[in-house]
Design a protein around this ligand. Structure first.
Ligand code: UT7
Length: 325
């Protein structure tokens, strides 16, 4: 047996912010951001909006498409790095918004690779016969941990959520192969210094801006391409497939130059790479499920297509999953 994707959904905040909007408040320009990142717009939560509401909307869309009721969801997994509350996370908020009735839920934290890790976890639990319908949601409200005075990071990020509903399938459909990795040598490339138990929130941590995401952009950039290439090749080998068999690659949407470089190294036709970073920017754990949902709903990705999802992120984590839709 296998684990198949039954349906998908996604959600973006209503507020669209252009590079020109950002250039009014920080020292940047549309030309710099487009040329260095490929990003033109991003969608950001308003101050009064709840992050988990994006996960709820994405989840509702997936359930509606599958014609599955909330009380038929056996497990909810919310992949996120910046939960609504450090304790108890985002998953109970999403469960409440969806109206789940007593099903287990948990948060999964694995950097921007969280959704890819989540697919592997859900696959194992479904194959083990423990759960029927698993709702996996990538949810991220990066605007809430972004230093809006730091032009090196704030232009990169957006908010959003994407969801898939998974269930038991035939062996030749759904998740055909995967490869996950971790490299703790790179753990400080992307991190949020304070607010955890290592450095609890204090007046000093706030004054020093330690509740904002810190990133060594060039270090992340150098690691990202070989990490996604290695995991894509390994996941395909596990699936017994080659790049020739792949209809679509959906890379984590971090930077168009990273995506272009990966595409080139894999020797894949750029027309077969799903890209939405120009519009939604980097939404971390949400980036792959949003791109997958947009690809499916627009009809670009068809049932039966072989799709590779690959990501890298804080930790450092990286990995890939091969799916037959
Ligand atoms: O999900 C994973 C998350 N992170 C990533 O994937 C990030 C990966 N890294 C990157 O995407 C790139 O490293 C960045 C886009 C972050 C930076 O691009 P870069 O080509 O590596 O630029 P840089 O950091 O080397 O900076 C070049 C110049 C610097 O000016 P000086 O020191 O040469 O005078 C920066 O201060 O560009 C300047 N700069 C900016 N200028 C205008 C940095 N950010 C901006 C900006 N607007 N927003």
């Amino acid at each position: 047996m296998g684990t198949r994707v039954v349906a998908s959904g996604s959600s973006l905040p209503a507020r669209c912010v252009t590079n020109a909007d950002l250039a009014k408040v920080i020292d940047t320009s549309d030309a710099w951001v487009v040329q260095r990142t490929g990003i033109r717009t991003r969608f950001l939560l308003e101050a009064a909006e709840e992050p988990s509401a994006m996960g709820v909307e994405a989840g509702k869309k997936a359930l509606a498409q599958a014609k599955v009721l909330p009380d038929q969801v056996d497990l909810l997994v919310v992949a996120t790095n910046f939960p609504d509350m450090i304790c108890p996370g985002s998953s109970p908020f999403v469960s409440a918004g969806l109206g789940l009735r007593g099903s287990p839920f948990f948060d999964l934290t694995a950097g921007c690779t969280g959704f890819v890790y989540g697919l592997v976890v859900a696959d194992g639990l479904i194959r083990a016969g423990l759960y029927g319908h698993v709702l996996l949601i990538g949810l991220e409200a990066l605007s809430r941990v972004t230093d809006w005075s730091d032009r090196r990071t704030c232009v990169l990020f957006g908010d959003g959520a994407g969801a898939v509903l998974l269930e038991k399938g035939d062996p030749d459909e759904g998740i055909l192969g995967s490869a996950l990795y971790g490299d703790h040598e790179k753990l400080f490339l992307l991190h949020l210094p304070a607010g955890g138990t290592r450095a609890p929130a204090s007046r000093e941590t706030v004054d020093k801006g330690e509740h904002y995401l810190k990133m060594e952009g060039a270090g992340v950039f150098r690691s990202a391409v070989p990490m996604m290439e290695e995991s894509t090749r390994q996941a395909l080998a596990v699936a017994g497939l080659t790049l020739e068999d792949v209809d679509w690659v959906i890379p984590h949407q971090a930077n168009i130059r990273i995506i272009d470089s990966l595409t080139h190294r894999l020797g894949v036709d750029p027309e077969h790479v799903i890209v939405n970073i120009d519009r939604v920017a980097n939404t971390s754990t949400a980036s792959i499920p949003i791109a997958l949902d947009e690809g499916l709903r627009s009809g670009r990705i068809a049932r039966g297509d072989v799709v590779v999802l690959t990501a890298f992120g804080a930790g450092a984590t990286y990995g890939a999953v091969v799916l037959r839709m």
